[in-house]
Design a binder for this molecule. Structure first.
Ligand SMILES: [Cu+2]
Length: 435
């Protein structure tokens, strides 16, 4: 009985491999398709524009209506290995958070770098040190500070950015940093809570490599033990033929039992050894930090702005915003700047200096108003504000009109005669005008 079954298996195993002869026509067609595919892929490669971190490829509504960065400054942009540098800035979390982007219930402030060119030593949100992710509140205002230390010499493009859970990255303004000096001079020494001075660059490295290799070796050996047997289809057929006894031997079973008992035992023994060697240890922190927004900085209530209508003129590359502005302050105010998606449109007739992110993308004369006269205290005025510049196109913000979510969001910066600043957020559905 058994022998006939075995023969059956052998025959069917053989039949699997006999689809060799194919007509020539088909293979030449395949070759042709392959060639076409290769040509096409070369086109794809050459047409793809190279962006530093893909910041321009992020949908405009994500750049305009999630984290609205402003006043981002670096303490210095030229420094040496081991020097500390800090980046400070503010951001407003848009009230009009896009419906397709998950809410910022867990957000992590990070620094995008090309590799480990710096180490982060301190990080603050609203003046509070924090390690984990935080929940941000739409409509909330925050300021941040990150302290970094130069590690690898070179010239790098660096951004602060937010990692939003389930949504991805929202880049802040980027700068070029020049790190000078010698890589070999880099030191990263800290003192543990037990008072021991350690070098973070090498501490625990050998231990880490040992444990990774140890478990990888056991895992690989177990895998190879099974891989050397008949696999997949052959195995399937043997099972169907009732030959499972030949697939799993008593030795396999014994090794399996040894692993079942041995691995948990090993884990327990090594865990006990570690706890004895390091009795005072803090677990890796995985909680969510709770940091509430600052008192309102944007839309603080002094100057009120209502966006009535937004229109994008494709041919002129300009956004026209109809605004209703109410000046509740006791001095005359003027619009100095409109900032959206990392682009700053400046009103050249406004006398006071505008906010600048370091190396920001600026349209120096990009902002104009139908009535440039300052808005008097207590005055309520309808203003047509035009933000026009080729930057709409080169920064790929004009892709907005092709989005399913064609809403604009941004910050307007007002200045009074004393240089006092008021910030208001605007948001509106955008109507494209193609001619
Ligand atoms: Cu960049």
């Amino acid at each position: 009985m058994k022998t006939t079954k075995k023969r059956n298996v052998e025959i069917s195993v053989k039949t699997i491999n006999c689809n060799e002869a194919k007509p020539n026509l088909q293979s030449s067609l395949l070759d042709y398709l392959l060639l076409l595919g290769m040509i096409f892929s070369v086109y794809m490669l050459t047409l793809q524009p190279a962006h530093a971190h893909g910041e321009k490829n992020l949908e405009p509504y994500v750049r305009m209506r999630t984290i609205q960065w402003y006043d981002v400054q670096w303490s210095k942009q030229k420094f040496n290995v081991n020097d500390e540098v800090s980046v400070t800035g503010k951001f407003h979390v848009a009230e009009d958070w896009p419906i397709s982007v998950p809410k910022p219930d867990a957000a992590f402030l990070n620094i995008s770098t090309p590799g480990p060119v710096m180490v982060r030593t301190e990080r603050y949100l609203n003046g509070k040190p924090y390690m984990n992710s935080v929940a941000l509140q739409p409509g909330g205002d925050y300021d941040f500070k990150v302290v970094l230390k130069g590690r690898l010499p070179g010239r790098y493009h660096i951004h602060p950015f937010f990692n939003l859970l389930d949504a991805g990255q929202v880049m802040g303004p980027g700068v070029w940093l020049d790190i000078g000096g010698d890589e070999a001079d880099f030191t990263n020494n800290i003192q543990t809570i037990n008072g021991q001075a350690i070098n973070m660059e090498t501490y625990g490295l050998a231990n880490g490599i040992f444990w990774h290799s140890f478990w990888a070796l056991i895992g690989t050996a177990w895998l190879l033990w099974w891989v050397r047997r008949p696999l997949f289809i052959v195995r399937y057929r043997m099972l169907h033929a009732g030959l499972e006894e030949e697939l799993v031997t008593p030795l396999d079973r014994n090794i399996g039992k040894a692993i079942l008992v041995g691995v948990p035992l090993l884990v327990f023994v090594f865990y006990t050894m570690t706890v004895n060697e390091y009795p005072k240890a803090i677990p890796l922190q995985a909680s969510l930090d709770q940091i509430l927004p600052l008192s309102a900085k944007v839309n603080a209530g002094v100057v009120e702005v209502d966006t009535v209508r937004a229109e994008y003129r494709v041919a002129e590359r300009s956004m026209k915003l109809s605004l209703k502005i109410k000046n509740g302050s006791d001095k005359a105010i003027q619009i100095g700047e409109f900032a959206t998606g990392g682009v700053h449109f400046l009103n050249k007739v406004a006398p006071v200096s505008q906010q600048h992110d370091a190396e920001s993308v600026v349209a120096a004369e990009g902002l104009s108003l139908d009535n440039p006269a300052p808005i008097q205290p207590g005055e309520e005025r309808a203003v047509l504000m035009t933000a026009g510049d080729a930057l709409w196109e080169s920064e790929k913000l004009d892709g907005l009109i092709k989005d399913a979510d064609s809403r604009i969001g941004g910050l307007i910066f007002f200045y009074d005669t004393e240089g006092e600043r008021y910030v208001s957020s605007v948001t509106a559905a955008v109507i494209p005008k193609f001619n």
